[in-house]
Ligand binder design. Structure first.
Ligand code: UPG
Length: 422
């Protein structure tokens, strides 16, 4: 997409949640909209601040989050998200009020674009009489779960679901049930229900919804989301395909492995990464190490995230936790996946990969022998070769909507028009 050198017409205020898997797509989206002629302010909690030096074209403003160090170091993610939603409402309101007071008439704030998990931003937008745009960095299907979750819980279906063993299925309802069942245990203890209801409420109130997805990947879910939330969804993903590669990694990147990868045979390497949040215990770490050491294939295991590896021709398989960014990146590079989800949307993403798009297989457990067998199925057996063919076909299909006249291309233009109409 060409960068337009025209005078900026409207300012978009982005509100970030400070996790790598969310910062990346939000900064990608900001870059996409900047290229459309909007000016950008990024507001972010102080905790885990993004690296502003990679984006000199944006204005970055930290706000106070009042997160106790003990909460951050305990790694209680739901606790952190809930606390951010409570603690940041006042600081965000004050920050935007100050911006409005100092506003240049040629550079007016047009709307607040917020990560859906920072759902209090919609209340701030309502209070300040600004339109709010909600951005979902996970698949649209997760929002269906949000819509039905409270009702199922009230009616006692959750414990019933928990006890169910569902066979592999490909219809959406079953995918949702699987995802619900997998998320079950955290519901009551972590206030997840409350947070999900608040996110669903903000989606109903927002002026537009942006989803980092592609229509054809989950058309059924998108149609239902629009119905259930009376929202118009702009599907302009995969965001990372629309921007030049700019690192927004919170960690220093190590690219030494690229020269090693360049020496490996095509499609011979299994790449292993569990994203930026999920962690494995010592036993799982050892089993993973044994499984990889015995799999008789070269492997690259990133014990922390942040590399441009998937696009390397040597990579023939991706063992992933199925974070949505990793899933989209894998699809876009035509790499079949070995899936071992941990939490949140990752179970549902795995169902899409394994049962709907058929470009990956599930790793049942962290056990050396099981890992070795699964890698062989993916990298050596006919089954894996068939998956690679399907993955390459899917990669080609995903590229089409991005081209002029394609659904993503049109959706982005419609979104820009909508913002200008605010
Ligand atoms: O050193 C690294 C390694 C990876 N990445 C990137 O980090 C992102 C990781 O994102 P994702 O695969 O989505 O994993 P998480 O970081 O775990 O993402 C969280 O956020 C996602 C989007 O909402 C959810 O789908 C996940 O379940 C949730 O854990 C990807 O773009 C990677 O390319 C880096 O920037 N630096």
């Amino acid at each position: 997409m060409e960068k337009q050198e025209q005078q900026k017409v409207s300012r978009l205020v982005f509100v970030l949640i400070p996790f790598q898997g969310h910062i990346n797509p939000m900064l990608q989206l900001a870059t996409i909209l900047y290229a459309k002629g909007f000016s950008i302010t990024i507001i972010h909690p102080q905790f885990n601040s993004p690296n502003s030096s990679n984006h000199p074209e944006f204005t970055f403003i930290p706000i106070s989050d009042n997160l106790p160090k003990s909460q951050v170091s305990a790694g209680d993610l739901f606790g952190i998200v809930s606390a951010l939603n409570k603690n940041c409402e006042g600081p965000l309101t004050e920050c935007i009020q100050e911006m409005l007071k100092a506003e240049d008439p040629h550079d007016r704030i047009s709307c607040i674009v917020y990560d859906s998990t920072m759902c209090f931003s919609q209340s701030v937008a309502d209070h300040l009489k600004l339109p709010g745009i909600c951005v979902r960095t996970s698949p649209a299907a997760t929002m269906l779960a949000f819509a039905v979750f409270p009702g199922l819980h009230e009616q006692g279906y959750i414990s019933f679901l928990e006890s169910m063993s569902l066979d592999r299925v490909s219809d959406l309802l079953s995918l949702m049930l699987k995802e619900l069942a997998a998320s079950m245990k955290k519901i009551t203890t972590d206030g997840v229900l409350e947070l999900r209801a608040a996110i669903a409420d903000s989606v109903k109130k927002c002026s537009a919804l942006i989803v980092n997805t592609v229509d054809f990947l989950e058309q059924e879910a998108l149609t239902k989301v629009e119905e259930l939330f009376s929202a118009s969804a702009f599907t302009i993903g995969p965001f990372h395909k629309l921007v030049p590669t700019i690192s927004s990694s919170l960690l220093k990147e190590d690219t030494n492995c690229i020269s090693w990868l360049n020496k490996q045979a095509p499609k011979s390497v299994i790449y292993v990464s569990f994203g930026s949040i999920a962690s494995i215990d010592e036993k799982e770490l050892l089993e993973t190490a044994w499984g990889l050491a015995n799999c008789e294939k070269p492997f690259l295991w990133v014990v922390r995230p942040g590399l441009e590896v998937l696009a390397n021709d040597a990579v023939g398989g991706f063992w992933s936790h199925c974070g949505w960014n990793s899933t989209l990146e894998s699809i876009c590079e035509g790499v079949p996946m070995l899936c071992k989800p941990f939490f949140w949307d990752q179970n549902l993403n795995m169902r899409y990969v394994c049962d709907v798009w058929n470009v990956g297989l599930e790793l049942e457990e962290f056990e050396g022998g099981t890992i070795k067998k699964a890698i062989k199925r993916l990298m050596v057996d006919t089954e894996g070769k068939e998956m690679r063919k399907k993955a390459i076909h899917l990669k080609e299909k995903v590229e089409l909507p991005l081209k002029e006249g394609g659904s993503c291309y049109n959706s982005l233009n419609d979104l820009a028009k909508k913002i200008l109409s605010f």
